[in-house]
Design a protein around this ligand. Structure first.
Ligand code: GLY
Ligand code: MN
Ligand code: MN
Length: 449
C-alpha cells in the first residue's frame, strides 16, 4: 500500500463546524431543511443497500433513513434540530438498531431532536414567520409534497403575511463540500489505496478466457475485504470494443487474447470515493499498436496532471490533454491536418469525446461549480479532481488502419490539490507499460491491512 496510511474519521466537532459554516452563509430570518435519503426497493419487499444522501451525511454523519435536519441560523451558533425514527424494539429486532432522538442529540451535538412522526406538529410552526427557507425542491417527492402543503396552509391562514420564499440550498453546500479537510483527504486516500490495490489484484488475475465479471469479482473482493462495502459507481470492465461504450457495466463478455480491457472501478470508504481507470492487454503484453496508442493517452494524462496546480484554471488540464492527443493522433496517421486546426474545429472529438475530469468527493461526480461568473474556475488547495483522458477508436471505420480499430483506452487518477502541489491519491495503481506488464506477471498484494 502507499506510504500515506492515514486512518481518518470525521469528528463530532467537524460535523458541528460544517453546520455552523453553512448557517453563516444563510440569510437572517431563514431556515434550512436537509433530508436523509429514503430506502430504495429492489425486489418486492427487499431493498438496495441503504446509501445516505451526501449532503445529509456531510452535515450529520447520521446513516439512517427517515430523518430530517433543520438548521435555524440565529444568535450564537444557531439551532440544529433533527427529526429521526424513534427506537422500536419490535422493528429493531428485524432491521437493526435505531439511534433514536434522545441519543442523537448527544451523539451529534445537536440543539434538539424529535421523532420523525411529530414532523407535522412541529415543522409548520418553525416555518411560519420565516422570510426564506432553503430546501432542495425536486430531490425527494414525498417531502416536496409535505413542504408545499405546510407552506400553503401558512399562506392561507387568516392574517397571513404570505409563505416564506423557497430557495435551493445547493449553492452554499456545493461550495463547502468542494474544499476537503485533512480528515476528508485522509478518507479519500484510504478509498484510493483500497481501489489501487483492487486494480493490482485484477491485473494479476487477468488472462484470456476469463469473463469480464471475473475481473469485477477480483476488484470487489479487495474492496469488501478492506472494509469498503460499496463501489463508488457501477464497475466498468470493458474488453475489446466494449471499452468504447462509456457507461458499459454489463461486464458479461469473455475476454479475448489480443484485446485490451478497460477497467474503471473505485470503492466508497466511509462516505468518500475513489475513481480509477486502468487499461491493459488481456494477455499481459501490449502489442505494438496497443502500446503506440497507450503511450499517447499516458503522455496526455501526465501533461494534464502537470497542469493541475493551484492558480491554474479548471480548463488548463483539459487543454493540455487535447493538445497531446491531437498531436499523437496525427503522428499515428489517425487524423490528418494541422494540429491547431484539428483542435479548433473539434475534429479530435471523434476519438476523445469527453472532458478530462470532474470533482471527486462524497459523490463520484462531486458537487462544485466549474465556472465562476462565466469564466473557468481557478484551482485552489483542498479541491480533488480526476484526470482521465482517453482515446476511443471506432470499430467499423474503414478509413482507420485495422490494427487500431475498436480500441478504447482511458487512464484515470485522483488528484488532490494541496497547498504546495498535488498528491496523486491513486498513484499506487500501475500506469506505465512496464509497470503494468510487471504487475500482470508478478501480482503483488498492495494492502497489508
Ligand atoms: N467512473 C465514472 C467516471 O469516470 O466519471
Ligand atoms: Mn471519473
Ligand atoms: Mn472512472
Amino acid at each position: 500500500m502507499s506510504s500515506n496510511k492515514k486512518s481518518a474519521a470525521i469528528s463530532k466537532t467537524e460535523y458541528s463546524l460544517r453546520r455552523t459554516r453553512l448557517m453563516d452563509e444563510l440569510a437572517p430570518g431563514s431556515l434550512a431543511i436537509v433530508s436523509s435519503a429514503g430506502e430504495q426497493p429492489r425486489s418486492r419487499d427487499t431493498f438496495f443497500p441503504f446509501r445516505q444522501d451526501s449532503d445529509f451525511l456531510y452535515l450529520t454523519g447520521f446513516d439512517e433513513p427517515e430523518a430530517l435536519l433543520v438548521l435555524v441560523p440565529g444568535r450564537a451558533q444557531g439551532e440544529t434540530l433533527l427529526f429521526c425514527r424513534e427506537c422500536d424494539a419490535e422493528k429493531e429486532m428485524w432491521d437493526g438498531p435505531r439511534l433514536g432522538p434522545e441519543r442523537a442529540v448527544q451523539r451529534f451535538g445537536l440543539s434538539d431532536a424529535f421523532p420523525i412522526g411529530d414532523l407535522d406538529d412541529i415543522l409548520p410552526g418553525l416555518l411560519d414567520g420565516r422570510e426564506r427557507i432553503y430546501f432542495p425542491m425536486g430531490r425527494y417527492a414525498h417531502l416536496d409534497r409535505r413542504i408545499r402543503c405546510y407552506l400553503q396552509n401558512i399562506s392561507e391562514a387568516p392574517g397571513s403575511n404570505g409563505a416564506p420564499e423557497v430557495v435551493d440550498l445547493d449553492y452554499q453546500l456545493r461550495e463547502l463540500r468542494l474544499f476537503k479537510s485533512s480528515n476528508e483527504l485522509g478518507l479519500m486516500t484510504r478509498a484510493a489505496d483500497i481501489s489501487a490495490a483492487a486494480h493490482c489484484r485484477a491485473m494479476a488475475r487477468c488472462q484470456p478466457g476469463l469473463y469480464e465479471y471475473q475481473l469485477e469479482a477480483a476488484l470487489l473482493h479487495t474492496f469488501v475485504d478492506a472494509g469498503a462495502r460499496e463501489t463508488a459507481y457501477p464497475t466498468i470492465v470493458g474488453s475489446g470494443r466494449n471499452a468504447l461504450v462509456m457507461h458499459y457495466c454489463s461486464n458479461k463478455a469473455q475476454m479475448n487474447d489480443g484485446d485490451l480491457v478497460l477497467v474503471d472501478a473505485g470503492c466508497e470508504y466511509r462516505g468518500y470515493v475513489a475513481d480509477i481507470t486502468r487499461t491493459y492487454p488481456v494477455n499481459g503484453r501490449f502489442s505494438g499498436a496497443q502500446k503506440a496508442l497507450y503511450e499517447i493517452v499516458l503522455a496526455a494524462q501526465l501533461a494534464a496532471v502537470e497542469r493541475v496546480r493551484v492558480g491554474n484554471h479548471w480548463d488548463d488540464p483539459h487543454t493540455a490533454s487535447v493538445e497531446v492527443i491531437a498531436q499523437g493522433l496525427v503522428d499515428l496517421g489517425l487524423l490528418n491536418g494541422d494540429v491547431q486546426d484539428l483542435i479548433e474545429s473539434g475534429a479530435y472529438q471523434r476519438f476523445y469525446m469527453h472532458r478530462v475530469g470532474h470533482w471527486l468527493g462524497m459523490d463520484v461526480h462531486d458537487v462544485g461549480d466549474y465556472r465562476v461568473h462565466g469564466a473557468w474556475r481557478q484551482l485552489e488547495p483542498g479541491m480533488v479532481m480526476t484526470v482521465e483522458p482517453g482515446i476511443y477508436i471506432p470499430a467499423d471505420d474503414e478509413r482507420i488502419a485495422g490494427e487500431f480499430r475498436g480500441m478504447g483506452i482511458r487512464i484515470e487518477d485522483d488528484v488532490a490539490l494541496t497547498g504546495e502541489g498535488v498528491e496523486i491519491l491513486s498513484a499506487a495503481a500501475p500506469k506505465s507499460v512496464e509497470d503494468i506488464e510487471y504487475a500482470m506477471r508478478h501480482g503483488r498484494d498492495l494492502l497489508t491491512r
